[in-house]
Design a protein around this ligand. Structure first.
Ligand code: EPU
Length: 427
């Protein structure tokens, strides 16, 4: 086990390269199954969720060749198994995308109930509703979800709730189905568009991604292709908050400024200066932070995955901020950690009321989940003195080389191995 040791107080300054989007990569990798061919996937982030997805593909029978740290060649021609092993499926939420991809190609798939961050109940009824509309049956036995279909036929699905996962899974299952599928009330996140672009590069006919209706004309066969994953909107947003909270000046490279708009709008309103270039963004904060009202919503609203980071930033803003979580039931668990640092935050259900304080104090901290963990890192960078963050495994699931990237920006942060006996005492 590892922890991060951070001596806060240094402003983040300089340049940082943003990696590929985790939430696009974890859908695109299973989607390669549908090609039954060779795909070259570039700009994959080097994070544990991507490594787990590659391992699942390999266990199913795909051949994987590492071309560089961020590029892999995946040949899914000889996949023989449709069952994802328990241990790997429980490691990450996104293992559910193997259900859609395996169902689409083989008419059957099995994964264990997926793991991932604990943000409250995470049902998959909308995924199963879409599979059922296409003609599949599902069953859950001993924590395993099985889906199977004699054949899949295009259908009309109106989702009861806007779900990123259900939208992507329905796309995966529908591209090889007979006839036309219409998906309504779908998610519109940049990673939905990225998956659609990847499927289309493989020969699929997916239209409307990025709007709330997606139309898919089923095709008989897909083929391999070369594809580069979009940059990670949330990784970029996290470094922007890092610059803002430390009164820094950071230029982010390999970003799509358009994808950042919901985040840049709020950071500007909080008092940051932001410059947009073709594939870069510069953010600087010199003055005081202003209080804000934020409600998280599906894209193009403010992303829930930035909520812990923005709440942390606003804990230092002048005045009263209100942050409402509109997606997850339980995404304020990290607030207790900020309170230990001297923040003044009250949480009532889905709403956090934040009275800005002058400074945060160093403290022993815990990464309660991926984004909360990133928020703790940014809080510790702002606090004068040494903070230690435990359970950083959650952070490494989604942020490639976070320690090295922050060091490059001038942060005093170290990854420290916790000896096994000390780790077991801490648990
Ligand atoms: N929901 C249902 N039924 C379903 C599916 C979702 O009721 O069948 C509800 C959920 O309970 C939630 C809402 O719909 O209240 C939205 O859930 P969604 O399905 O959109 O979330 P997800 O696909 O499980 C992805 C990201 C999350 C991100 C959300 C929202 C991946 C692997 N995860 O989760 O990312 O918070 O979309 O944008 O893509 C993260 O990266 O830290 C993270 C948690």
């Amino acid at each position: 086990m590892e922890k991060f040791v951070i001596r806060g107080g240094n402003p983040l300054q300089g340049d940082v390269n943003i990696g590929g989007a985790k939430n696009a990569a974890v859908a695109i990798l299973p989607a390669t199954i549908l090609a039954a061919d060779k795909c070259l996937i570039e700009n994959l982030p080097c994070i544990s969720d991507v490594m787990a997805s590659l391992q699942i593909l390999s266990e199913l029978g795909a051949s994987i060749r590492m071309v560089s740290r961020s590029t892999y060649e995946i040949d899914t021609t000889h996949i023989i198994s449709t069952e994802v092993s328990n241990e790997l499926s429980r490691q990450m939420r996104a293992s559910y995308y193997f259900l859609g991809a395996l169902l689409g190609r083989f008419g059957a798939g099995q994964v264990a109930m997926p793991g991932g961050c604990n943000l409250g109940p995470r049902p998959i009824d909308q995924h199963l509703k879409a599979f059922a509309a296409l003609g599949a049956e599902d069953s859950v036995e001993y924590g395993q979800i099985h889906v199977k279909a004699g054949s899949l036929t295009g259908s009309h699905v109106f989702f009861d709730t806007v779900s990123v996962g259900a939208t992507m899974n329905a796309m995966l299952a529908a591209v090889l189905a007979k006839g036309t599928t219409v998906l309504e009330n779908v998610a519109r996140e940049p990673h939905i568009v990225d998956l659609a672009n990847f499927l289309n590069m493989m020969g699929a006919d997916v239209r409307g991604a990025g709007t709330d209706v997606i139309k898919i004309h089923g095709v008989q066969k897909l083929h391999g292709c070369d594809y580069s994953v979009i940059p990670d909107q949330i990784e970029a947003g996290s470094y922007m908050v890092g610059a803002a909270i430390t009164k820094g000046d950071v230029t982010l490279h390999n970003v799509i400024p358009k994808h950042m708009e919901p985040i840049t709008a709020k950071l500007r309103a909080a008092g940051c200066e932001i410059w947009e270039y073709d594939d870069a963004l510069r953010i600087r904060r010199t003055g005081e932070l202003c209080a804000l009202k934020i409600k998280t919503m599906p894209h193009p609203g403010f992303p829930t995955d930035m909520q812990p980071l923005m709440t942390t930033l606003l804990s230092l803003a002048k005045g009263t901020s209100i942050v409402t979580e509109g997606i997850w039931e339980n995404r304020f668990r990290y607030v207790d950690e900020l309170i230990h640092m001297g923040a003044n935050i009250r949480v009532d259900g889905q709403v956090a009321v934040i009275e800005g304080v002058q400074e945060l104090h160093p403290a022993p901290l815990r990464a309660t989940d991926l984004r909360a963990g990133a928020a703790m890192v940014m809080a510790a960078l702002a606090a004068n003195g040494v903070s230690e963050i435990d359970e950083t495994i959650h952070i490494e699931r989604g942020y490639e080389n976070i320690v090295e990237k922050l060091q490059q920006l001038g942060a005093d942060i170290r990854r420290v191995e916790i000896p096994a006996h000390a780790a077991s005492r801490a648990m």
